[in-house]
Design a protein around this ligand. Structure first.
Ligand SMILES: [Zn+2]
Length: 128
């Protein structure tokens, strides 16, 4: 992946602006900050609404996994010795651990579709 001359960030080729001279090897964000392009010319620089929608989609995808990991951490550190709640919570965590892979598998296509819908179309110019 190429390196931006201005911010030294490494991004996929689609995030770079096109042109020669001062526009060579400049990422979209630096191009806007330096006045080389307008916001409309950087399709992969997401606006705030799109960022929020993408973050929400990713959170919905990985939230249950993180919650389960936190639940196991809590059970191991605090609840494993508590009677009878330790056993109840262990049963719930075990059930959730069994159901989580199925949930991830069944909603994988929906997640991929949502992310594709929330990714702006980008035509890569010839030679890039
Ligand atoms: Zn940059």
């Amino acid at each position: 992946m190429p390196l931006c001359r201005s911010c030294n960030g490494t991004y996929p080729r689609e995030h770079f602006i096109h042109g020669n001279g001062p526009r060579t090897q400049i990422c979209g964000r630096c191009g806007i900050e330096q006045g080389l392009i307008s916001k409309d010319e950087a399709p992969l620089l997401f606006d705030d609404a799109l960022v929020a929608a993408r973050l929400s989609t990713v959170s919905r995808r990985w939230g249950p996994t993180i919650t389960l990991l936190l639940g196991w951490s809590l059970w191991i550190s605090v609840l494993s010795g508590v009677k009878p709640w330790g056993a109840y919570v262990l049963a719930l965590l075990g059930l959730a651990t069994l159901l989580l892979p199925a949930q991830l598998l069944f909603y994988r296509a929906k997640y991929a579709g949502d992310m594709a819908r929330l990714t702006p179309a980008h035509d890569r110019p010839k030679g890039h």
